[in-house]
Design a protein around this ligand. Structure first.
Ligand code: 5AD
Length: 442
């Protein structure tokens, strides 16, 4: 049986796409291997969102090319493949295939042509109809945690945030049919999946022509699909939380009390230049609406530091927003110029030293805010899903509905099950926890 090795970089949708590729190749008899040395086909599923992500992949290609012996096929897939296309074939001579996010259906054929005819190819056409509906995704349990699965409900992006390369790498937005989503989740549930994370670039703007995101939440999280105990989604766009969606969240018990709500900046002036569809005040309204609809909801965010034209006063607005919202977590990024995005044309690029200095202040503030919130949670009890053995020691890694990570002692048989725990301490970001005698459902 031919063997496929696949390495995945970047976002959860890439994890999900890798599962699709394993499905496409699984139909052809391929089995997965964790060892690149014994692979017939090596794929690197890439990210293009920041230059740093691309540099990491290029470095890794330098290492992987030594496995590229005669008869073996090396491919670069994903967003960086889409962005660079044939240029990547020139740049890395050992690469046979370059395939973008809409081209994975063509993998078997392109692999065969590369192996038999030594043909090198770049397949980077957008296909607005592509949902890989017939492909049986091969779930990667190590990536998505015990009992959890990613389900892509929307591909591509029609928003035009000026910093972002994704519209250029994933093409136009399209939503899967609700019935297809429910069908997939039903099959997952039948195979023991209890937690589903719905994926889309602006997932709450989902619309299949008939149904909106509120319909998806209700269909998957209640009634239609038994056994789905936790429902998550990422990433929503702040202004796409309609009343209907908020009500569906509030009324669907499986929907977890956590939302990742990328703000990007706390300055209305900067948000305007980013072409975000809200200002600071509107974002704060959305936060308030979410907290009202779902009491106890945890909020995390993404923040870009040093967007072109960002002044010290703009940056202060970002700091004060972090303080005001009291996020449970925040991912912070230095602005990275992406060729082909509208922001390239904005002058006043922020000095790298200034970026670094602001980043330092922001990270320190985020740590302080998050730690303070988490210290307040020590002593509270939570239902957790036991996901996997922890990296250190004989502990188990668990996750609350609010997306907090806790380490607890327990037998390996607990993996994939739900338990009640009490938080006993915090490092500032994660928790130690004590399992309570009775499981949640007893
Ligand atoms: N530079 C820095 N960060 C970026 N992101 C997207 N594009 C860029 C860029 N050009 C960040 C945003 C987004 C996250 C996935 O990556 O914060 O939410």
């Amino acid at each position: 049986m031919p063997r496929i090795y696949i390495e995945t970089y970047g976002c959860q949708m890439n994890v999900s796409d890798s599962e699709l590729m394993l499905g496409v190749l699984g139909r052809e008899g391929y089995v997965r291997t964790e060892d690149p040395a014994e692979a017939d086909v090596l794929l690197v599923n890439t990210c293009a969102v920041r230059d740093h992500a691309e540099q990491r992949v290029l470095g890794r290609m330098g290492e992987l090319k030594r496995y590229k012996q005669p008869g073996r096929v090396l491919g670069v897939v994903g967003c960086m493949a889409q962005r660079l296309g044939p240029k990547l074939l020139e740049r890395v001579p050992q690469v046979d295939l370059v395939i973008g996010p809409d081209g994975y259906r063509g993998l078997p054929e392109l692999i065969a042509r590369a192996r038999d005819g030594g043909e090198r190819a770049a397949e980077v056409e957008f296909k607005e109809w592509e949902h890989y509906e017939d492909v049986p995704a091969v779930r990667d349990n190590a990536a998505s945690g015990g009992g959890g699965a990613f389900v892509t409900v929307q591909r591509g992006c029609d928003y035009r945030c000026t910093f972002c390369i994704v519209p250029m790498t994933r093409g136009p937005e399209r939503s899967r049919k609700l019935a297809d989503v429910v069908g997939e989740v039903t099959r997952l549930a039948a195979n023991g999946t209890t937690e589903v994370t719905l994926l889309g670039q602006t997932v709450n703007s989902y619309h299949d022509g008939e149904h909106d995101f509120a319909d998806v939440l209700r269909a998957v999280g209640r009634g239609a699909v038994d056994g789905i105990r936790r429902l998550r989604f990422t990433s929503p766009y702040p202004t796409d939380f309609t009343e209907r969606v908020l009500r569906a969240m509030a009324e669907t018990p499986a929907v977890c009390e956590h939302v990742h709500l990328p703000v990007q900046s706390g300055s209305s002036r900067t948000l305007k230049r980013m072409l975000r569809r809200y200002d600071r005040a509107r974002y704060l309204e959305v936060v308030a609406a979410l907290r009202q609809a779902v009491p106890g909801i945890a909020l995390s965010t993404d923040i870009i530091v040093g967007f072109p034209g960002e002044t010290e006063a703009d940056f202060q607005e970002t700091l004060s927003l972090v303080e005001e919202v009291q996020f449970d977590d925040a991912f912070t990024f230095k602005y990275s110029v992406r060729e082909g995005t509208p922001a390239v044309k904005i002058s006043d690029h922020v000095d790298p030293e200034v970026q670094t200095e602001r980043m330092g202040r922001l990270v320190a503030l985020v740590r302080r805010v998050v730690r303070q919130r988490n210290i307040g949670l020590v002593g509270t009890t939570h239902e957790v899903l036991v996901e996997r053995p922890a990296r250190r020691g004989d502990l188990l890694q668990c996750r609350t509905r609010t997306n907090k990570i806790a380490l607890a002692q327990g037998p390996a048989e607990w993996i994939g099950t739900y338990r009640q725990v009490r938080f006993t301490g915090t490092t500032g970001s994660t928790f130690t926890a004590w399992p309570l005698e009775q499981p949640a459902w007893a």
